[in-house]
Design a binder for this molecule. Sequence first.
Ligand SMILES: Cc1cc2nc3c(=O)[nH]c(=O)nc-3n(C[C@H](O)[C@H](O)[C@H](O)COP(=O)(O)OP(=O)(O)OC[C@H]3O[C@@H](n4cnc5c(N)ncnc54)[C@H](O)[C@@H]3O)c2cc1C
Length: 384
Amino acid sequence: MERFDFIVIGGGMMGAPCARYLAEAGHSVALVAAPEPAPGGAGPFASHHDAARIARALASDPDWARLGARSMARYADIEARSGERIFRRSGGVLAGLRAGPLAGFTKRFLAVASGMDPAPAVAEGDAGGWTLPEGSVAACEPGGGWIDPRAMARAQVRLAEAAGAQVFPQAAIARAGRDVTLADGTRLSAGHVIVASGPHAASDGFLPRRPAMTVWARTVAFVEVDETEAERLADLSTLIWVPGETWTHDLYALPPVRYPDGRWRLKVGGQGASGPRIEDAADMAAWFHGPGDPEVGAALLAELRRALPGLREAATSTGPCAVVWTETGFPYVDAAGPGVTVLAGGNGAAAKCGDELGRLGMLRATGAELAGEGYRATFEARWA
Ligand SMILES: Cc1cc2nc3c(=O)[nH]c(=O)nc-3n(C[C@H](O)[C@H](O)[C@H](O)COP(=O)(O)OP(=O)(O)OC[C@H]3O[C@@H](n4cnc5c(N)ncnc54)[C@H](O)[C@@H]3O)c2cc1C
């Protein structure tokens, strides 16, 4: 049995950077990073198997803003050292309504914006190339944009390997104490195991206790556009907005992004604390093998069309995804038992912040406290 200082289960947005930070600190590391399943495949599934995730420092909470800003400040270094192109600067707009049920969200992000250096420009009405509902106020962050999460994962894995980590591109199937068994029967042993298996962490049994987190089955909608339309919309920023007072949560939209099949697509999605939940592996497979919820997809597309009148569409589609919400509203970066750390619970926002969260995971797994890291949040886990 091969022995390491650390085994990290999951090479996604948080696990891959955690493995890199551990390896760069001189520890021996095994990163168990299952490959992306082919369409119809059995998993493991992930929240980052997509072409784009919004990246911005501005958030409605100062800790999330700090997680974003610290991670984004390192993108250039990660790109330069890995050779991967990860970040596209398109500008980022965060918009809300002055009145209505989500006015508090607007107040909070405006307060965070006013404390940023440089402070995002604040404007009433339309912004970033988008048509916003009446009563909107928008904060525009010129340094915002989006990342390619697959490229980010590749880059972090490459840098982890360069620092001496050993990567096992397959699924872990069992953990007993500090030993981990892989799908091909390989057995690994370590002084410490970090569970960063994303939406599976709530139910895969790698943690000694079930973390108190909800895995929401979410639908995303896409509008495919041709090359000419993609060029016309090339200066569009990313957008997070509240489409109207009837909505109980914000939505997000991205400018045209070229997908691995060569086609350009705009994406729209959103999160609310409702809808179908994923409780176990069977639910997960059933959800990821379907097209998402067509009704939700239609509502999302209607809002995208309102925000971008005149959009010339070639085709539309919907797809499934999963987001993990914790009880604290922050990722769990915490001891889960002797020799086990949990690093999971992205709350729909951990792609852009994965690098800093991976660093916090490294600190916690090596026995450090997170209290001196400049956050109000403790990143403590809660258990079901
Ligand atoms: C549709 C959608 C849109 C989003 N938009 C944004 C956005 O715009 N900006 C943003 O910042 N965030 C966004 N998010 C959230 C972000 O993607 C997640 O917060 C982030 O991916 C969580 O990181 P993670 O490391 O916890 O999990 P993941 O990124 O899901 O990674 C988990 C990893 O663990 C691996 N794994 C699981 N089980 C095993 C196993 N048994 N053995 C080995 N490996 C295993 C998986 O293969 C995967 O690589 C979005 C999420 C979704 C679904």
